[in-house]
Ligand binder design. Sequence first.
Ligand code: PDD
Length: 285
Amino acid sequence: MPRIAYVNGRYLPAHDALVSIEDRGYQFSDGIYEVCEVRGGAIIDERRHLERLRRSLDALRIRLPVAPSALSVILRETIHRNRVRDGIVYVQMTRGVARRDFAFPPPGTAPSLVVTARSLDLAGNEKKAQQGITVVTVPESRWARPDIKSVSLLPNVLATQAARDRGAAEAWFVDRDGRVTEGASSNAWIVTPDRRVVTRPADNGILRGITRTVLIGVVKARNLLFEERPFTVEEAYGAGEAFVTAASQIVMPVVRIDDRPIGDGSPGPVAKALRESFHRHAEWS
Ligand code: PDD
């Protein structure tokens, strides 16, 4: 079965799903994206993801190229045509196609819209969560607005590759004060030795993850102590547990940071419990 992508009004086999070399996403990374989890054929937290998509578009002054209701239909149709039950749906919007010029193109230029969907290996992910992943730290090297979910991801690409080169799954960015900002494609969390769950405030310096937002509700519902504050790499090394959150991974325990075992070096009970309860708190649609 060929993979099908939605591209500017048409559903096409992946090899015919092409965008122009003058698309501003290709030329300037002038665009934004969203990734939603698909589980049992349902979209998880769609409303929150589409709200964030609107905020990213507004920040870049790109208009939504279709009605919100039409976008929901396109997401479902793309999921359906790719027969995805458990996986992700990806949406990308750019400022459209125009002759290369740094300033915005003429007002009538239509933004580009691409949607793809693919299956994820649920059992494989579950196995990964039982083992936990390793993380390395890298200096924060991004622009000042990581809160915009833009497709300008070069520092994230380089950080992820640095992690892979060192045998790790994820990289954590660390600012000049030695504080962890977030992962290359996830939010970063620790659990202190006295079981307080800590994650950095979602200011302009990180992406306000949807998984993060929902999980804060789970933490509170389970009466765990929660602190939204910066934490340093040193504090993370000495944490009882660590984990990352993202739509594609939900809660993924971290068992080593820079070759130092976290806690007893295996996934901790808080991360495991949060992972198990997440989907009862998320919105299914
Ligand atoms: N990444 N921080 C960064 C830099 C991210 O790229 C992501 C998600 C997150 C977590 O956000 P959410 O919980 O809304 O998925 C945090 C997606 C999954 C990606 O780029 O593939």
